[in-house]
Design a protein. Structure first.
Length: 361
């Protein structure tokens, strides 16, 4: 398939490459039998839609004052003992590495102090480290001085304040831009990585185009729309249109006459008819309706919804309660949008259903 998207190599593909290489050198027959398919995901930057992330995922670098001290590397164990026994827990700093090596400027470039005497017989200079003691908010300068004097018997370390990254990075973008301030650890949450195949991206793009053409016609008649002017629900596994509805935009309209609510109601009605025709089924039991998508007690499990405009809070909650899989919309709703503009309902950590939201670019 020729694609307009660029790709990133998936972990599955790395694994497949490794297995393939191993099998090629040791067991050629095994390679053919167990060869895994190469799964590639589209580079998110090349997609015509972008995810609506939480404020935590998009925030820039924020700093917090932290007590640090420069020490000899050979005294690092003693320094750690001091921190652990004398300073209150600094759990908020666990994303930062405890030590950073101090570099010396030699011959116009930065060079580790450990390497200065690498090619001479002179005594090596000791490695110097800057070590984190704790948050300024946890201990005052006077208290810290007292504890140092008590622990070391004398003022062996001279603490000072450094502004360091306040939060742990949640994605590679934050990690790459924050780590220059201070060394930090980072393990990307697999759920945060956008995994969209080329085939999926093409299907989504086609649905967005269809939505865009339909929306243009509707907008001529409905300029006061405060929610999605049109909506349709799709089964992404089969690329099958499940239901579609338009926003009724009159002064006398029913307050529930939003396209999203109407769409979900249509799905519910189909499910009700299906259950009646089958003579009913037990709640919670996995079942399959006439369109071929699985329902697990919730109406829209695994389905995608396409909206001309970011939905209002009522519709966003309805999508949440129906367990929608993904939401795509064309434009933001700055007046009352609940999935990106006024609120980011889908990013609340307390919700027991997670779904991804995307906006067309
Ligand atoms: Zn609405």
């Amino acid at each position: 398939m020729e694609s307009k998207f660029t790709f990133v190599k998936s972990s599955e593909q790395h694994l497949s490459d490794l297995n393939s290489n191993e099998n090629t050198s040791h067991s050629p027959k095994k390679t053919q039998k167990f060869k895994k398919p190469h799964l590639s995901f589209v580079d998110p930057a090349s997609l015509p839609f972008k995810p609506i992330l939480s404020d935590e995922e998009t925030r820039g670098l924020e700093l917090v004052d932290v007590w640090v001290a420069d020490i000899d590397a050979r005294a690092s164990s003693q320094f750690l003992s001091f921190c652990k026994s004398q300073i209150s827990s600094s759990e908020n700093l666990l994303h930062l590495k405890r030590f950073r090596q101090i570099s010396n400027e030699v011959s116009g470039r930065l060079e580790s102090a450990a390497n200065i005497d690498k090619n001479t017989n002179e005594e090596k200079q000791p490695i110097r480290l800057t070590g984190i003691i704790g948050l300024k908010s946890v201990i005052s300068a006077e208290e810290l001085k007292e504890k140092i004097t008590s622990f070391y018997s004398e003022d062996l370390i001279a603490p000072y304040l450094l502004p360091l990254p306040k939060y742990s990075p949640l994605n590679r973008t934050q990690f790459d831009s924050w780590r220059h301030v201070w060394p930090m650890g980072f393990k990307e949450d697999a759920d945060r990585i956008l995994k969209i195949s080329a085939e999926d991206a093409l299907i989504i793009s086609a649905h967005l185009e269809r939505l865009r053409s339909k929306d243009t016609a509707l907008m001529l008649d409905h300029m006061d729309i405060q929610c999605a002017s049109t909506a349709f629900i799709v089964n992404p596994q089969k690329n099958l249109l499940i239901d579609e509805a338009d926003y009724v935009c009159h002064l006398t309209r029913h307050p529930l006459d939003h396209s999203v609510i109407k769409c979900i109601a249509k799905v519910a009605e189909k499910e009700r008819q299906r259950k009646n025709s089958e003579g009913g089924s037990q709640a919670g039991e996995k079942r399959k309706n006439e369109e071929g998508f699985h329902l697990e007690s919730y109406l829209c499990s695994g389905l995608d919804v396409y909206l001309a405009t970011e939905p209002c809070a009522m519709c966003a909650m309805a999508l949440l309660h129906s367990r929608i899989g993904r939401v795509f919309y064309l434009r933001h709703n700055t007046l009352c949008g609940a999935l990106g503009s006024r609120y980011k309902l889908h990013t609340h950590s307390s919700l027991n259903h997670k779904f991804k939201v995307f906006c067309s670019v």
